[in-house]
Design a protein. Structure first.
Length: 470
């Protein structure tokens, strides 16, 4: 965005508004209310069509301004801003912060100049009406956008980050839709503040084409006497949200890791207590729950509750006993590399027999090991590549280790995403298996080198946590 536009308060004389416009060499002035929130705009076209030679110079600006005014938040995605301006035939749009104050301005021709024509076509297919049907189209369009980006040799982690952002944006839009429906039906506003969190690959910003639902609610604390009233409201929101997400294209989580499950719908204090029990016990199912939960990000709400929870988790998880037990649980996820550096293929009968499962035996062994190492060092980042970078900054990874592990992640992610796009294009089920025949000799060599680096790092991590060398 550019600098904040010229602003004038309601009631400003037209003569003064035009003088401010002229002095600033601007083509519009934004009209703000007593609280400084934008309510309308006066553009050069307004001056030409409504003001010049038509009204006295002391006429209040209120009589010539264009209202109501469309605005956009400063943390919104560019493609939403461009779509909103194009559909509304707007040349100017003020940008507001979280408090509703004007902090910048967008001009359509500047925004479009920042976007290549190919991006504009992607904007058109990614923006649809704020209905479940419209969001279904957006979800389906992800595949086309991902395919275009991969064809342009955009690195897979960047495509994953975009897919994750679009998914998280769909979460926000769906929750807004559910809240409007609830308010229309008499449920009223949320009884307490809350954040919605997404866990797993979505929390790491590492989504592929069809992630399922892994979500939860973090609620502000409230008196026990209000539990029935408060929980009733959030159960209703959770049921509506998960149903709409499923309709849009996010399948229900088979493990029931969703806000409809009370385990994943708690106040901030209840979350802290639960996490304290998890890291204190460190056994059985508790470890699997912690493994799912620790990669989370806020997708709805102010983010303050989720941020508070992140600080608590980062501190609480730094227990050697707990991390050792987590690693033992994670030991089942080993890379598909056998003796003499042979790639180990899926042996189970079925359509994937003889293929590589690059999620179960590729990304998961690396993601899990790096997560444990990051928790041990108090690193709050959730992205695998960012965790690797932070571990290197803390001298827990050498420059070579960082290079090999980050390169392994990028290579595996590229192969997996490419195969998913091929499966989709062929009308096959989109999964995590890649035929070895689909890999070039160079790609197989790079995969073996990546697997070797992951295996070596996991061995070192095992020794650090357990003291066992073999």
């Amino acid at each position: 965005m550019g600098p904040a536009p010229v602003t004038v308060p309601l009631g400003t004389a037209c003569e003064e508004a035009v003088r401010r416009l002229r002095d600033a060499k601007a083509d519009s002035v934004v009209v703000v209310n007593r609280d400084g929130a934008p309510v309308a705009i006066v553009t050069e076209q307004d001056v030409v069509r409504r003001l010049a030679f038509r009204v006295p110079g002391d006429t209040p600006v209120d009589q010539v301004m264009t209202a109501p005014l469309q605005t956009i938040h400063d943390d919104e995605l560019l493609y939403h801003a461009i779509a909103q301006m194009r559909r509304g035939h707007l040349r100017h749009m003020p940008v507001v912060d979280a408090y509703g104050g004007v902090v910048g301005g967008l001009q359509l021709h500047h925004a479009l100049a920042m976007a290549a024509q190919e991006m504009v076509s992607q904007i058109d297919i990614l923006t649809h009406s704020e209905t479940v049907e419209g969001m279904q189209h957006t979800k389906q369009a992800q595949v086309e956008v991902a395919n275009q980006l991969c064809h342009d040799a955009v690195p897979a982690p960047e495509v994953q980050a975009l897919l994750s952002r679009i998914n998280n944006d769909l979460y926000r839009r769906i929750i807004d839709l559910c809240r409007r429906q609830m308010e229309d039906e008499g449920w009223g506003a949320p009884p307490v503040d809350f954040d919605v969190i997404v866990m797993g690959s979505g929390g790491r910003g590492e989504s592929y084409l069809y992630p399922d639902q892994d979500n939860g609610f973090v609620l502000a604390d409230y008196p026990d006497a209000r539990h029935t009233e408060v929980d009733r409201w959030f159960v209703e929101l959770a049921e509506r949200m998960t149903k709409a997400l499923n309709q849009v294209g996010f399948e229900y989580c088979k493990g029931n890791v969703m806000a409809t499950n009370p385990l994943w719908r708690k106040t901030i204090t209840q979350w802290r207590d639960q996490i304290g029990r998890w890291v204190g016990k460190g056994a059985g199912m508790v470890l699997r729950l912690a493994d799912i939960f620790f990669d989370f990000v806020s997708v709805y709400g102010s983010g303050a509750l989720a941020a508070e929870l992140r600080v608590f988790v980062t501190g609480a998880a730094q227990r050697q006993f707990f991390l050792r037990e987590m690693y033992k649980l994670d030991e089942e996820h080993e890379v598909a590399l056998g003796p003499f550096n042979r790639l180990l293929l899926d042996k189970l009968d079925g359509p994937n027999k003889g293929k590589l499962n690059l999620k179960l035996t590729g990304t998961l062994p690396l993601v899990g090991a790096v997560r444990i190492a990051a928790l041990a060092r108090g690193i709050a980042e959730s992205s695998t590549l960012k965790r690797i970078a932070r571990l290197h900054e803390q001298s827990r990874l050498s420059a070579d280790e960082q290079d090999y592990l980050a390169g392994a992640y990028r290579h595996i992610a590229n192969l997996l995403l490419r195969q998913q796009l091929r499966d989709f294009g062929a009308g096959d089920a989109v999964g995590n298996h890649v035929p070895v025949a689909a890999l070039s000799k160079r790609e197989r060599d790079m995969l073996v080198d990546g697997f070797k680096a992951i295996k070596q790092y996991r061995g070192r991590l095992r020794a650090d946590l357990t003291g066992e060398l073999f």
